[in-house]
Ligand binder design. Structure first.
Ligand code: HEC
Length: 111
């Protein structure tokens, strides 16, 4: 009986700590999108796209971004960032960005 109790407490503890981990990771993923994109933007793309340095299209210049997205299409724009352009370094200073991050960053800048 005593042994049983101990092991059920242990199982209970293991379960509750993994529940906590699960809740934390759910909380982190759900806030991921909004906070991280603006943070990634600030840490990388903003260096040029905030001020329009080197003639980069500025964040918030929706008309110009919209024209570019319509003309080239999102997949081509993602490729441009990954491969770099004349002035833009490959990856746009974001080493850990996925294609999806680049898409979100482009959408973020076009708003
Ligand atoms: C060092 C400056 C710099 C950084 C950092 C930078 N860009 Fe750029 N970007 C440019 C410039 C300049 C252009 C215009 C094309 C050129 O001359 O290279 C450009 C063009 C683009 C384009 C248009 C591509 C096309 O096919 O016309 C996209 C999309 C883009 N940047 C996205 C990003 C994203 C997303 C990031 C951050 C992950 C980023 N850039 C970081 C300078 C930068």
């Amino acid at each position: 009986m005593r042994l049983l109790n101990i092991s059920s407490i242990k199982i209970g503890q293991a379960l509750s700590s993994s529940m906590v981990a699960l809740v934390i990771s759910i909380a982190m993923t759900s806030s991921h999108a909004a906070t991280d994109i603006s943070k990634i933007y600030n840490d990388s793309c903003a260096a040029c796209h905030d001020s329009g340095a080197l003639n980069a299209i500025k964040k918030g210049d929706s008309a110009q971004w919209q024209r570019l997205i319509e003309r080239k299409g999102m997949p081509a724009l993602i490729d441009s960032v990954k491969g770099g352009m004349i002035q833009m370094p490959a990856g746009g200073l974001c080493d850990s960005c996925s294609d999806d991050d680049y898409r979100k960053l482009i959408e973020y800048m076009s708003k």
